[in-house]
Design a protein around this ligand. Structure first.
Ligand code: HEM
Length: 148
């Protein structure tokens, strides 16, 4: 399976960690993640019903907030695993299983999520390097949706 080359991985990790590991970044991480879900439900209203278990009907509820944080932390885990192939394989396999067991989650949903990420990440990060991010995130997405 082709993941990104080390130099792209290092660019992506560095750009992400400036944002993610910044002191007091909690609020901006949460804002980015809830913005992603807000956009996902505008583009794909049907997807909302997949998240009833985590109380999507009240998106400011602690249950949905915790879900949003799990997802952004999942993205962080993928990004920070980019420089180790065995780690990245393990992380994406695990995430593939977590999504495979959720009835109704599709590759098309992940394509929409990808589109949204490539709109919102450049706004959140400095000097967003499209080429490096594309080489790294697209294969990660493919690895996660493989079984869907
Ligand atoms: C749950 C990550 C995209 C649907 C989760 C969990 C993580 C995660 C870490 C928690 C797993 C667990 O506790 O079992 C991600 C990442 C994504 C992504 C990193 C891409 C950047 C999507 C997309 C969909 C989706 C596009 C479909 C629209 C779900 C569902 C759950 C879930 C239905 C279960 C919610 C529940 O706990 O009931 N995701 N996800 N995810 N994800 Fe994703």
């Amino acid at each position: 399976y082709h993941f990104c080359v080390k130099c792209d991985a290092e660019v992506v990790k560095a750009q992400w960690n400036v944002f993610y590991a910044a002191p007091n970044s909690g609020a901006s991480k949460y804002m980015l993640a809830s913005h992603i879900f807000h956009r996902l439900f505008i583009e794909n209203p049907d997807a909302k019903k997949l998240f009833t278990r985590v109380n999507v009907h009240d998106q400011s509820s602690p249950e949905f907030q915790a879900h949003v944080v799990r997802v952004i932390n999942g993205l962080d885990l993928c990004i920070n695993s980019l420089t180790s192939r065995p780690l990245l394989e393990s992380v994406t396999d695990h995430m593939a299983t977590q999504h495979f067991v959720r009835q109704g989650v599709s590759q098309a949903h992940f394509d929409v999520m990808e589109k949204i990420l490539f709109e919102l990440l450049p706004q959140a990060l400095d000097e967003f390097n499209y080429d490096a991010w594309t080489s790294c995130l697209v294969p990660v997405k493919k690895a996660i949706v493989r079984g869907l």
